[in-house]
Design a protein around this ligand. Structure first.
Ligand SMILES: [Zn+2]
Length: 461
């Protein structure tokens, strides 16, 4: 019972607001005459649809399917499978589709409890964006009215304080940060509801702040002082990420356009990702750092041994030469017994290195996998996909969104944490392959993945 309650709260808190806002935006965009806005609406509908599926929310599913069909037709996308699904849903007898909710309604959950949980705003992370900007990320969006800034100056004693009071909760008692232009930066829980940040220095410092969504950015103007970047050593529990660059050694993976090899490209991108994640305060391990062969099942074993919070397997896709101009884009897979229709080719390529014996053992593990872990991996995949595209699109407009798919990938089997396989692109596609070996493109991809990881932990601490 308690589990069900937690389950429901979790999903309502996580998705309720996102869905209504996104849905509104999608409805507006779907009526637009601009193609890019219709594409945006289509993607929005699809993302909410996946979430609605996870929530077993038939009503929302129907809304999204109608939206997908309408926008899909405008974009000349094949929508027949959506039409079939919508028809099935409409024919479904109006069974009680939400058993969880029904159960809870009977028990009459006090409304107060729900509110206090959903309105509690927790500080999730603090980091220096650069030498001047400190970014605080919270568990939900902050309103301007929830922030109060004031100064306390004592010119005689040369003590200058700028204080920020925010309606939020700190996970530990106090925390101090360092910055060269400020003597002290202290964070503490001022009272039950208020988080206080104090900047103390011996000269006046100009500060500006900006609220955007769930982030508060405080900018210190440098004036004529030289600022030095000092990483924060916050004593918050550091998340552990295992990055798994696919293939290696005698297994070169896919060989694509101009004989570019998957094992080399994915290692380059993985190393960039590692550096960014380390800078952001994560503990990162790699299943390989050089061009050496690592058995598939050793990769997840390694992640389990390191007690990783996430497992990211990095791969590149490819198709035979005659089709090379047809297939491109980023696809993210999570482990599931159910396979998406379009997962077949990728499955064949990435599952090659496995014997029949191992297969049957893994099949058993696969079927024991919990529903929650599949959900978590699915959510991670969505965050990664959205953030990778957001990072790449401004510069590489025609990057294709291959979407989030599922399938029984052996490299993910046995992972005790959310695990995904990222196909960073088709190494067989002439344009995409050229980008994939380009360091600027690799860096943008790595930033996108890191943003996705941040986003995932912001919602699932
Ligand atoms: Zn691969």
């Amino acid at each position: 019972m308690r589990f069900l309650l937690a389950f429901l709260l979790f999903y309502t808190v996580l998705f309720a607001d996102v869905n209504t806002d996104t849905l509104k935006r999608a409805d507006v965009n779907s009526k637009s005459s601009s193609k890019s806005e219709i594409i945006r609406a289509y993607n929005d509908y699809r993302n909410i649809y996946i979430r609605a599926l996870m929530k077993d929310d038939d009503k929302l599913c129907k809304t999204c399917l109608s939206g997908l069909i309408k926008t899909g037709k405008k974009l000349h996308i094949d929508v027949i499978q959506y039409e079939v699904k919508l028809k099935k849903l409409r024919n479904k007898k109006s069974k009680k589709s939400k058993p969880h909710k029904k159960l809870i309604d009977k028990k009459k959950t006090p409304k107060k409890l729900k509110n206090s949980i959903s309105s509690k705003n927790k500080l999730r992370s603090i980091r220096w964006k650069d030498s001047q900007r400190l970014v605080l990320r919270f568990s939900r969006d902050i309103k301007k009215s929830e922030l109060n800034r004031f100064s306390l100056n004592d010119t005689k004693k040369k003590k200058f304080k700028t204080i920020y009071d925010i309606y939020a909760v700190l996970s530990q008692k106090t925390m101090s940060l360092k910055h060269t232009s400020v003597k002290k930066i202290r964070l503490a829980q001022f009272d039950q509801k208020t988080l206080r940040i104090v900047f103390e220095s011996d000269a006046k410092i100009k500060q500006q702040y900006k609220i955007s969504g769930n982030e508060l950015t405080i900018k210190m103007s440098s004036e004529n002082r030289e600022l030095v970047y000092i990483p924060i050593k916050a004593n918050q529990s550091r998340k552990i990420i295992v990055i798994d660059p696919g293939h290696g050694g005698r297994d070169s993976g896919a060989v694509g356009y101009k004989k570019y090899r998957e094992k080399i490209v994915v290692l380059q991108t993985s190393k960039k990702l590692r550096d960014i994640l380390v800078k952001r305060g994560y503990t990162v391990y790699m299943t390989r750092n050089g061009d050496n062969f690592v058995k598939l099942r050793k990769r997840t074993k390694f992640a389990n041994k390191k007690k990783a919070d996430l497992f990211l397997s990095i791969h590149a896709n490819s198709v035979p030469k005659r089709n090379r101009k047809k297939a491109q884009g980023i696809e993210i897979y999570f482990l599931s017994t159910k396979r998406s229709q379009r997962a077949e080719n990728t499955l064949r390529a990435e599952n090659a290195d496995i014997s029949k014996m191992e297969k049957s053992g893994m099949n058993a593990t696969l079927h024991l996998m919990s529903r929650e872990k599949i959900f978590a991996s699915n959510k991670l995949a969505i965050d990664l996909q959205q953030n990778m595209l957001a990072s790449l699109k401004p510069r590489y407009k025609n990057v294709r969104d291959g979407g989030v798919r599922s399938g029984p990938f052996w490299v993910l089997v046995g992972a005790e944490m959310p695990a995904v396989l990222i196909e960073i692109g088709f190494i067989s596609h002439p344009t995409e392959a050229k980008r994939m070996v380009d360091h600027r493109y690799q860096k943008k991809q790595a930033i996108g993945i890191a943003n996705g990881v941040d986003r995932y932990f912001a919602k699932n601490p």
